[in-house]
Design a protein around this ligand. Structure first.
Ligand SMILES: [Fe+2]
Length: 185
């Protein structure tokens, strides 16, 4: 049971996630069928479907990151490697959360994504449009906050988006995020 995010909201959202799983598979099947039928004649169609693949795949995978963060006993430690990295980059854990909220206030639909950057030894908190536009190449995702309207509109109207962001953070199991970060170092 989550605080501030209803069961109906999660149910509606999970059904949407299932659509991405279905379409990730479907797009591959369509490409194969078009190729077998007439690879040359269908070249444009195939190329356009390939361009769409990241939308479906990332839509699937981003939701897996998202829902996983609500699972398990809520944890989190100020002594964790993540807490130390956040302090180094943002000054404090509180500033890190304030920064996530600030990025979440960006106009438009998409995601707030926190990445670990093992090569530079830091974190990046950015806004990703749709699911796939502006993802950082090769960086592991440690936190994913869904800011498509479907993620909150069962419970909140668009003007109440801040309420949803607060509810997301209240339900977020930081242990999951810490573990993802630790796996990168
Ligand atoms: Fe979503």
């Amino acid at each position: 049971m989550l605080e501030g995010i209803s069961e109906k909201q999660i149910k509606v959202h999970l059904a949407l996630y299932e659509g991405y799983v279905k379409h990730t598979n479907l797009i591959g099947e369509k490409i194969r069928a078009l190729k077998e039928a007439d690879a040359e004649g269908n070249a444009y169609l195939i190329a356009e479907l390939r361009r769409r693949f990241a939308f479906e795949f990332d839509g699937m995978r981003m939701h897996e990151y998202y829902f996983e963060q609500f699972e398990g006993e809520k944890g989190g430690s100020r002594e964790s490697a993540l807490a130390k990295a956040a302090e180094e980059k943002y000054g404090s854990g509180e500033n890190f959360i304030a920064h996530i909220k600030e990025v979440a206030g960006s106009r438009g639909i998409g995601w707030v994504v926190v990445y670990a950057d093992p090569r530079a030894g830091t974190l990046h908190t950015i806004f990703v449009a749709d699911h796939e536009l502006g993802q950082l190449a090769g960086l592991p995702i440690i936190l994913a906050l869904d800011l498509w309207e479907h993620a909150f509109m069962v419970d909140y109207v668009p003007a109440e988006k801040k309420g949803y962001i607060d509810a997301f953070l209240a339900n977020l199991n930081w242990s999951v995020v810490e573990k993802r970060f630790e796996d990168t170092i």
